[in-house]
Design a protein around this ligand. Structure first.
Ligand code: SF4
Length: 83
């Protein structure tokens, strides 16, 4: 996975930051989380989407798809592909 060159040059550990953000989200109110089934389905749609960038972000919104997809209220910003 490729990350932001500026973050890398500053020594920012994007992988660790992303893991921590996902862990915090998963420890929060369970009602905020998409079901495991929906989460997996969303990620598989993103994996085939031309808008997903090599750094794991969505070109349409700039979010990391693993975070957006994990949230119950998360929506695909491009033609609502997760519905
Ligand atoms: S959130 Fe939507 S537009 Fe973005 S990568 Fe996933 S499927 Fe594609």
């Amino acid at each position: 996975m490729r990350y932001c060159r500026i973050c890398e040059s500053l020594g920012f550990d994007v992988t660790k930051h992303l893991e921590q953000a996902l862990e915090r989200l998963e420890r929060s109110d369970p009602s905020r989380l998409a079901s495991e089934e929906d989460y997996g389905r969303r990620l598989s749609i993103c994996a085939q989407c031309k808008e997903k960038l090599p750094d794991g972000t969505c070109k349409m919104c700039g979010c990391y798809v693993v975070l957006r997809a994990r949230m119950a209220e998360g929506k695909c910003p491009y033609r609502n592909q997760w519905r």
